[in-house]
Design a protein around this ligand. Structure first.
Ligand code: ADP
Ligand code: MG
Length: 656
């Protein structure tokens, strides 16, 4: 009977967007004058009737407009029913009550729109963060152009302390950039120019964070030149805003439940109201009295508060989360998040920094260290795995000569390593699994590998043709935030936390020892990660998988909620996850869980308020304890209360 997604574009009038509110106020004022004239001057004369009529006009104007709009679409909703009740009251010569009904109903609507508009605005504010124009660098000069005209490959000038107009990477200058509009993190991030873009960075997401900038973020004190990589409509910020907007339309489980309830409830109410019109046949009263009662019941029973109770909380919750850099894609993940009992984490880049350093280079047999490094750098240069990048970066530093031979035919073996050709010989780099696919690795080598792994190092064995030519050891450190975050999650009641990694068990154990409260499962292939998530789903009711969204996407898809970290830099993560933590910060996770629980609690309170009110008002109106006036006061009052209660989420504090 009540609508949820109010489209109030047609609600604007001569006084601007607040016309509805002013009309409601006028209606109330006219009602008051009419009422005073009637009671004080005992004049039942036309004068007070005149004021009531005017009050009807201002109170009923938007209601009538809305009702006509609905009826033209074949829907009979609350506005129509309220008009019926008001006309019925007038028909019974109860003008004061009729105008009270229209006054309060229009006031309630106006306030509700105003309140919901507040939450909507905080979402719309996201898109307003992008500047309208950019300074495009031409050959001789710079010109100011609308951002819609920017193309990939353009160079824009960003002045100090101004907003960056496009996604791209810095090619000149360095600066501290406030990325809070996207990540929610207000501490500025240092960024610097990428002077020469290496050919292996084919895709934009391969460009390191320290060079990339996002539209809508704020430049620090230095002038920058930015190479544009995305057109305005594809920018991270505009996609984020679109996703948040779409998210609030996704119905949550509770909303589906209340919608289902209303499907039975509304016909029941209509039947009840019709039957009550025949009350005069049963009790000794006039038809007018029966009709009046049925109108009062109609007002009392309209489930407006119920209809708005969940959507308003979901809207506020999503808006609040977005402000702290947490994208929650709909009511379902918002509700699920609070009920999690277990969380699975990816190791690399999630619990650890994801910035491994090459610490050990051990040549085997007669191989020289220099040659081993050259081969490894050449092959890994073709891979965009984080481990490969680290090897290339650090390996190049260790090399005295820089003539790297070209490798070709790279084949990545998920969770195991890579294969490629170099000067006609086959090169295999990876963990023991990739080498043991077709041959045995000697115990002496295994011993050496195990030695490094016990120190918590990720190892790679390098094979050239038939020979093992070396072992590499890499060290990745746990994030500083990992330990405190896991402790907070534990305090929030997350009983089970596990780490799923393709890395060796010894390394996984070493990380787990350091951060505590987590069970480590190593040497998992991507499909084994999925199996581990599925297995956990059986034992725990609701689990989350936290990862980078790139090679963890399948495991995320199989969990109750897939959570991606550092989504600002990765399009894939932004698209695939149910929840995207825009900043590369683990500690937004407990915040999101806390917010979700608060949202759930508010939804529960709202259901009690709305259903409780209906349960009280229906008998009260049937038994004539409450007239139309009282019914409409409580009806509108509970609707407003529910919306205001939901808006409390906008002010949810990060800690505690
Ligand atoms: P994680 O679960 O930590 O994200 P992956 O599944 O991506 O790890 O990789 C698992 C293991 O496969 C790595 O620990 C490494 O031993 C091996 N590996 C993957 N890619 C490469 C590569 N490019 N070079 C060498 N080894 C690799
Ligand atoms: Mg990974």
């Amino acid at each position: 009977m009540c609508k949820q997604g109010h489209d109030h574009s047609h609600k604007e009038g001569i006084f601007g967007p607040r016309t509805e509110l002013y009309f409601a106020a006028l209606s109330g004022l006219l009602l008051l004058i009419g009422f005073l004239l009637e009671t004080l001057l005992y004049s039942r004369a036309n004068m007070s009737l005149g004021f009531y009529l005017l009050s009807y006009f201002f109170g009923g104007y938007f209601t009538l407009k809305e009702a006509i709009h609905e009826i033209s679409k074949g829907r009979f909703e609350i506005d129509f029913l309220m008009l019926v009740a008001a006309i019925g009251a007038a028909f019974l010569d109860k003008w004061a009550e009729g105008s009270l009904l229209l006054f309060l109903f229009s006031l309630g609507h106006a306030l509700e729109h105003h309140a919901m508009g507040k939450a909507r605005k905080s979402i719309a504010a996201l898109t307003d963060l992008t500047p309208k124009t950019a300074f495009l660098k031409k050959k001789k000069n710079t010109v100011e152009v609308p951002i819609a005209n920017l193309k990939k490959g353009d160079i824009i000038i960003v002045h100090p302390n101004s907003k960056i107009a496009a996604d791209g990477y810095i090619i000149k200058g360095n600066s501290s950039i406030d990325q809070s509009s996207i990540t929610g993190e207000s501490i500025p991030v240092d960024k610097m120019a990428l002077t020469e873009r290496p050919p292996e960075m084919e895709n934009d997401h391969q460009i390191p964070e320290e060079h990339r900038v996002f539209s809508g973020t704020i430049n620090g004190n230095n002038l920058l030149e930015v190479w544009v990589t995305k057109v305005a409509a594809d920018s991270t910020l505009s996609r984020l805003a679109t996703m948040v907007q779409e998210a609030q339309r996704q119905k949550s489980p509770t909303q589906l439940l209340t919608d289902g309830f209303q499907r039975y409830y509304v016909p029941f109410v209509i039947l009840l109201v019709v039957l009550l019109n025949f009350g005069f046949l049963v009790v000794d009263e006039s038809w007018g009295a029966s009709f009046y009662r049925s109108m009062a019941v109609l007002v009392a029973a309209s489930p407006c508060a119920l209809a708005i109770s969940t959507p308003s909380a979901v809207l506020s919750g999503i808006a609040r989360a977005a402000r702290s850099g947490v994208l929650i894609k709909g009511g379902r993940p918002l509700e699920d998040l609070g009920g999690l009992t277990a969380v699975a984490f990816d190791k690399t880049g999630t619990l650890t920094e994801g910035k491994p350093k090459l610490t050990d280079v051990v040549p085997l047999g007669s191989t020289e260290k220099e040659r081993l490094l050259k081969i490894v750098v050449a092959v890994e240069g073709l891979s965009d795995h984080p481990l490969a990048k680290a090897v290339v970066r650090d390996g190049k530093k260790m090399l005295s000569l820089t003539d790297i031979p070209p490798a070709e035919n790279l084949e990545a073996v998920q969770g195991k390593g890579v294969k490629a050709n170099l000067d006609g010989r086959s090169i295999i780099i990876g963990n023991l699994k990739i080498h043991e696919e077709d041959r045995r690795v000697s115990d002496i080598i295994k011993e050496q590998v195990a030695q490094l792994e016990h120190e918590g190092k990720t190892t790679m064995l390098v094979q050239e043709g038939k020979d093992f030519i070396g072992i590499l050891g890499l060290m990745d450190v746990p994030r500083a935030a990992a330990k405190p975050t896991l402790q907070r999650l534990e305090r929030l009641g997350i009983k089970k936390m596990i780490m799923l990694t393709g890395d060796n068990q010894n390394v996984a154990d070493a990380v787990a020892r350091e951060i505590g409260s987590i069970e480590a499962r190593g040497s998992l292939l991507p499909e084994e990660k999925v199996a581990a998530v599925k297995e956990l789903m059986v034992r725990e009711s609701k689990i989350a998988m936290v990862g980078d969204g790139v090679n963890d996407a399948p495991a995320m898809a199989h969990s109750t909620v897939g959570i991606a970290m550092g989504a600002a830099g990765s399009d894939v993560a932004l698209e695939t996850a149910d929840i995207a933590l825009m900043a590369d910060k683990l500690d937004t996770l407990p915040f999101a869980i806390g917010l979700s629980r608060k949202a759930k609690a508010i939804v529960r309170q709202n259901l009690w308020i709305s259903l409780g009110m209906v349960a009280l008002l229906i008998p009260a109106t049937i038994l004539n304890w409450a007239n139309i006036g009282v019914a409409v006061i409580f009806h509108e009052g509970s609707t407003l209360l529910v919306v205001l209660n939901a808006l409390r989420l906008l002010g949810y504090k990060k800690e505690g």
